[in-house]
Design a binder for this molecule. Sequence first.
Ligand code: AOF
Ligand code: ZN
Length: 361
Amino acid sequence: MTEKDELYMQRAFQLAEYGRGSVSPNPMVGCVLVAEGQIIGEGWHRKYGGPHAEVEAVRDASRRGFEHLLPKATAYVTLEPCAHFGKTPPCAKLLVEKKIHRAVVANDDPNPLVSGRGYALMQEAGIEVHRGLLAEKGYELNSRFFTFFTEKRPYIILKWAETANGFIAAAGGRPVQISGPASSQMVHRWRSEEDAILVGRQTAQTDNPALNVRHWTGQNPVRVVLDRQLNLPNSLAIFDKTQPTICYNYMHTTDSAIFPERYAEFPEISFVKIQPGEDELHQVLNDLYARKIQSVLVEGGAQILQAFLQAGLWNEIRRCQSPLTLPLGVVAPVIHGATLKYTEFLAQDIWTYYIPNHQTT
Ligand code: AOF
Ligand code: ZN
């Protein structure tokens, strides 16, 4: 593998990134076709249900009048080309049909429908296949997709804002605006990037959050609330039916909403029964997994954040510390088992990012 190979793969990753926010539950994938020392076609998976990266790249090559060079081409693909008939025909087959000469891939596809079979299809047809180039970068890019298939649960991001003296709400849980406007906007961008957003009963009640994307453009996540005794009033913003919503509780089940068709025109509220017990979070996560929800942003409050932390059920912490102080209040979650990734300043706020001790990306 040469430096040039790495460069083209970097480009493929750049393209893959354009799919962020529009492809879930599919991975972000990019593809670059190179022949005679030049890029002849580029593509990425743009939208869930749409053509895969390889199809886009081959189309691009044709559009540019380079179809005849495909038999000399190397395909740089960030994920093992698929081998199944899903929403689109298999990409590995397309590369074979186009007589691509060589394929360089970053990550193996963990999807059991594909895993290994994409390589097999290409190798049987005589395509020279290289695997694992810049694999780490791929795991980071598609951390949600990989976590979903390997851990069989969504990727979990814990997020909160605390005062300089460590409170996330005022005394009695009374909400206070802790982070500044720049941070709020960033959080809205984050909401648009994840499949679901989760809060506990107390937060739903006292903050009455809409849990939608307002200060950014993008898709609204599925709202998830834990209301064990089902005593939240239906006048709350989260029950306004403008967004698909799942309410986990001990009492009642409806099967009204069919997820992940979650961007349907008339989303419903789905009530899902869980059993009281220590594994409640696992029950919730198992259900989200069954609904193909690959990532969840946990936005509080302190109790629910602490529960995820204690259970070791998280992949990222994003903590905001503002310059504000409060005389009394609800104490912020205690972080443990975490490695600091980096810190950044956003206007007056300090954001600190952590990953679990044994996680590499
Ligand atoms: C590729 N190239 O660009 C992507 C792939 O329902 P479908 O047909 O869209 O298939 C989804 C699966 O295909 C997804 O779970 C993953 O395994 C693979 N994604 N494969 O060759 C792509 N997005
Ligand atoms: Zn494909």
